[in-house]
Design a protein around this ligand. Structure first.
Ligand SMILES: [Zn+2]
Ligand SMILES: [Zn+2]
Length: 409
């Protein structure tokens, strides 16, 4: 039969002491376990970063990265020649005609690129298309013809499969109009840029800007770019007008305009500048270009521009915003500085070449980025007269200047 063990007070004392010891030991081991944990992704000192490219050995080129010609079924009166001639007339340096690939079942090569009008002696014509898929739209930009059919065929596969094809093709892939209808429903890890300013209707881009800041804040060095997404040209005769013809007066080539600081005037240099983020977006080709610089070493000369990534020195860094081009004389230009996704400063850009400066000290461990948006009196674009009313007082935006962004992210 079961007998209740008889324990002396001495035994009880030792038993309780042992239990207490075990409890203390386990608390200590839990606590020290936490101390032993180290997050492999925590910010740390980065190794050397690639040197910053020259700020003077290059050329500013302007263009439009989202255009539909007659090879898109939802376009009207917009032949390739019409787009090219208009682009030249407003001083564009490059364009990318991005027709919907699903309208030709992926065979862009035998449609847009094979169009006898797809040629120019002065305008740089990138090869590309709008990758038009169930999960949203993206634009491809390439300096040379590539096998677009492969990207079309893989469109409904898993992102990891799509990304492998994208890498094999050696193309620049860009997320289009990332929020709202036909939002970009793919991983941003497989794109090189994001359309943060789609069409002349600037106010509808607020969510695109929010997504961009989320991607930047989480360590993705992702270029922001523009694209008019214009579909409709001027009819050759009045009876050819479509119900969408009025769009031509409000949204066409250059609304907005994407500026790239390219090493030279070549297709590859345009794509490289896009990938590297030496990019600004303006309301139209005549609106001023937003240039954003920093003086990293404090010698009074600017040595970084937007898209560049450096290690902070621990000392205050001076930043400069400059509006180059056709400003409205005496115009009141406001610069909003965004730091790590949050509003940081509001400045006035003043002078004949409107300029503003600020100083800040980025942290030495961990990432920091700064970007700017400029508002003010719109510069007229008589070639697309209705566009100013849609873009309002939005003049332009810069790409970020980056600190401590890991190139191996
Ligand atoms: Zn689209
Ligand atoms: Zn489009």
């Amino acid at each position: 039969m079961f007998s209740f063990p008889v324990r002396s007070p001495r035994t009880l004392f030792f038993q309780r002491a042992l239990l207490l010891l075990l409890a203390v030991t386990s608390i200590v081991s839990v606590a020290s376990g936490q101390q032993d944990h180290s997050n492999p992704w925590a910010p740390t000192e980065l190794g050397p970063l690639p040197p910053i490219a020259s700020l003077t050995d290059g050329v500013w080129l302007k263009g439009d990265l989202h255009l539909h010609s007659r090879h898109s079924h939802d376009s009207s009166n917009n032949s390739v020649a019409k787009i090219i001639n208009f682009s030249k007339s407003v001083g564009m340096d490059y364009i990318c005609i991005t027709d919907h690939d699903n309208h030709v079942l992926g065979d862009v090569a035998h449609n847009t690129w094979a169009d006898p009008e797809f040629k120019s002696d002065s305008l740089l014509l990138l090869y590309g298309a709008e990758w038009t898929t169930t999960r949203g739209h993206g634009n491809v930009f390439s300096a040379r013809p590539y096998d677009h059919q492969r990207l079309y065929d893989v469109r409904d596969q898993r992102d990891i499969v799509i990304e492998a094809v994208k890498k094999e093709l050696g193309i620049h892939l860009s997320a289009n109009h990332p929020s709202g209808k036909d939002h970009f429903g793919f991983s941003y890890d497989m794109v090189d840029s994001i359309e943060v300013w789609n069409s002349a209707i600037w106010p509808k881009n607020a969510n695109a800007i929010m997504i961009w800041d989320d991607m930047l804040s989480s360590g993705r060095k992702l270029t922001g770019r523009g694209g008019s997404d214009s579909h409709h040209g001027t009819p050759n005769s009045p009876e050819l007008a479509s119900k969408n013809t009025p769009q031509r007066q409000a949204n066409y080539v250059g609304t907005p305009t994407t500026w790239v600081y390219a090493k030279e005037r070549t297709l590859q240099a345009v794509v490289d500048a896009l990938t590297n983020g030496r990019v600004a977006v303006s309301a139209n080709p005549y609106a001023p270009r937003v240039e954003f610089y920093a003086d990293l070493d404090g010698d009074g000369k600017m040595d970084m521009m937007m898209g560049d990534n450096a290690k902070p020195t621990g000392k205050p860094i001076t930043f400069r915003i400059q509006l180059t081009g056709k400003t409205v004389p005496g115009g009141d230009y406001t610069v909003k500085v965004i730091k790590n996704g949050d509003p940081y400063k509001t400045l006035k850009a003043e002078g004949t070449i409107p300029t503003a400066e600020f100083t800040d000290t980025p942290v030495q461990i961990g990432r920091t980025y700064y970007r700017v948006e400029v508002t003010g009196p719109p510069t007229a674009y008589p070639d697309v007269p209705g566009s100013m009313a849609l873009s309002g007082n939005m003049i332009g935006l810069s790409n970020p200047i980056y600190f401590n962004f890991d190139p191996n992210f």
